[in-house]
Design a protein around this ligand. Structure first.
Ligand code: ACM
Length: 608
């Protein structure tokens, strides 16, 4: 419920505010007093403030100008801002439920200071002023993410850090890095150096829709482990967790190019130059499992995220079906269909289960795309539903924790308008208003809880697995864990026959880069749609917000009035609301045929 006198012009808008219309100018130098545990957020705010306004920030006890205080009575991830003029001068108090709340407060403060707060050096005469009053705010979802695909087009570390900073500016707290795919391997392995020596480079790239045009220019790149450690640390300093993704057992042609024995077809192999779903998936055998467990060990050394994404999407089993040794392996593993023959499609689930268990052994939780939902998926795996809300509902009902990332709402590579000028238009038409209309809940009539707060509030065990799902349990320690493969994927535990519903952890948008070959193109596709998504993810968007609604009109007006100027000051080359600028178009390339949301929804039985 949004209660406001003068609405703050922030994105996301806070849940509640009482602002009288007056402003308060904070002094320079500025004294600050920070409660233990909140220092990273307070330092981040002091840092951006000193860059943007030249403010000298000094730590002081007692009666400081700015106080960051803990208030554990606030909701998870929540905060309260109080800006007043006192007899002793202006005062800003930030009360936060914890570090996540303090970060959200810091981002709101930056937004309230206006576009100059997004500059990296002070403008002449620039002053740090904030609206006087009170803001009370808290997130609806603990996982508020956005994926960046650095496999299809490599983004240099500087651009990844910038992407993270901009996500954080919108109260997002997870950035998933899609590090590997058919067209490029970007994660450096000490043990398997061919992955980047050979797998990080391709000879050409498709440009028009469905590979209609080719650009015969090699493309590639990879991160060093130090690059990635820097990215992780940088993200932490802005309150963001980087979730790495190693996509398995499909989307692996770059790895097969480096080590052909990994593939179902063993011959020489090139890093793929075209887009689409490849038949060349891994040979689902124990050696391949072991290889990727080694990789995940290295990934876990570099990334400290409690969650590691292991892919699982778009895995054609054609080559497995045609391979007698693989069919025999399915039989040997007991993966047989009703006809008693080997069911190779279950090798997908078997492979993922092996990997998910390995990730558990590393003290982390695995995340899989929704194709991974099946009878063999361990209960502690988190399901990321991308094909639609229906898959999210199925996973929740089956007792899995879920992140919703439905492509028909939150895939920002999809065309931003129905107009002919959109650059390489693919997928559904997804305008800013369409994204703002995304309603993550309820995704089904089933019972499930929603997890609010920050990443530290996310459960470290599967539904029903821990005495306290919100905190790491002894079962998280290597060697002291239960094997959750005994749990059934239909939502019923085998011992008590009670349904244990999954939990809705949050929502995530995606920026796939097949058609976004540069950071400038990423900016165009991402903004301002990510701003609309962020308000939905935070949970302060009004319930009535579909295209054409009063809620949507208010958001668009606020965006144009206050938020696009912030993005402009930050140097973001967003898509103007009225359409692409001439140099943002891509004339001459074959456009795609727009997918029809209504028709696909009907075909899916009413829920896509
Ligand atoms: C996906 O879009 N294939 C996860």
């Amino acid at each position: 419920m949004v209660v406001m006198t003068v609405a703050p012009d922030t994105v996301p808008v806070p849940l509640a505010a009482h602002l009288g219309g007056a402003s308060v100018e904070l002094p320079n130098p500025l004294s600050i007093d920070v409660a233990p545990g909140l220092e990273p957020a307070a330092h981040w705010w002091a840092d951006v403030t000193s860059h943007a306004f030249g403010t000298v920030v000094r730590e002081a006890g007692g009666s400081a100008d700015v106080v960051f205080a803990l208030d554990r009575a606030l909701p998870p991830g929540g905060y309260e801002l109080v800006v007043t003029e006192t007899p002793g001068g202006p005062r800003l108090t930030v009360n936060a439920a914890g570090l996540a709340g303090a970060y959200a407060a810091a981002q709101t403060l930056r937004q309230q200071a206006g576009p100059p707060a997004y500059r990296s050096a002070p403008l002449p005469g620039g002053r740090l002023t904030l609206p006087a009053g009170v803001i009370k705010d808290a997130p609806a979802y603990a996982w508020r993410g956005v994926l960046l695909d650095v496999a299809r087009h490599f983004a240099p570390p500087r651009e990844v850090r910038r992407f993270i900073e901009l996500a954080a500016a919108h109260h997002l707290n997870v950035v998933q890095l899609h590090l590997t795919d058919d067209q490029g391997w970007r994660f450096p392995s000490r043990r398997y150096p061919e992955l980047t020596r050979a797998g990080a480079w391709r000879s050409a790239s498709a440009r028009g829709y469905r590979n209609a045009e080719m650009e015969a220019l090699p493309h590639g790149g990879f991160y060093t482990q130090d690059d990635l450690r820097e990215i992780v640390a940088y993200a932490h300093s802005a309150g963001v967790t980087v979730v790495p993704e190693i996509d398995l057992p499909g989307h692996v042609e770059a790895a097969i190019a480096a080590y052909p024995w990994l593939g179902t077809r063993k011959g020489p192999h090139a890093v793929r130059t075209t887009w689409g779903i490849s038949d060349d998936v891994l040979d689902p055998g124990p050696e391949q499992v072991a290889f990727f467990c080694d990789i995940l060990d290295e990934v876990a050394e570099v990334f400290d995220s409690p969650f590691l994404h292991v892919g699982g999407d778009e895995v054609p089993t054609t080559l497995w079906r045609d391979n007698p040794a693989i069919v025999a392996r399915a039989v040997a593993l007991g993966l047989v269909g009703d006809d008693g023959r080997g069911d190779v499609s279950r090798l997908h689930g078997w492979f993922l289960a092996e990997v998910v268990e390995h990730v558990r052994g590393l003290g982390r939780r695995a995340v899989v795309w929704d194709e991974g939902l099946g009878p063999d998926l361990p209960r502690d795996a988190v399901v990321m539903a991308w094909r639609g809300l229906r898959q999210g509902a199925q996973a929740l009902a089956a007792g899995y924790d879920v992140v919703l990332a439905p492509e028909h709402y939150v895939y920002f590579d999809h065309r931003a308008s129905a107009g002919p000028d959109e650059p390489v238009p693919v997928g559904f038409v997804r305008t800013v208003e369409d994204v703002y209309g995304f309603d993550p809940g309820p995704v089904s009539a089933g019972r499930y809880e929603t997890v609010a707060g920050g990443v530290s509030d996310l459960p470290r065990t599967g539904p029903g697995e821990g005495p306290d799902d919100a905190r790491p349990s002894s079962a998280d320690e290597p060697g002291a864990r239960d094997d959750s493969r005994g749990a059934r994927a239909d939502g019923w535990t085998t011992d008590s026959a009670q349904p244990v519903p999954g939990r809705l952890l949050g929502v995530q948008a995606a920026v796939w880069t097949e058609y976004l070959e540069t950071p400038r193109r990423v900016d165009y596709a991402t903004y301002p749609r990510l701003a609309a998504f962020a308000e939905v993810a935070w949970g302060s968007a009004p319930p009535d917000r579909g295209p054409g609604s009063a809620g949507s009109a208010e958001f668009l007006a606020r965006l144009a009035r206050s938020h696009l100027p912030r993005l402009a000051a930050a140097g973001v080359e967003y898509r103007p609301l009225e359409g692409p600028r001439p140099w943002q178009m891509k004339p001459g390339l074959t456009p795609g045929i727009a997918r029809d949301v209504a028709a696909e929804t009907r075909a899916a039985g009413g829920v896509l």
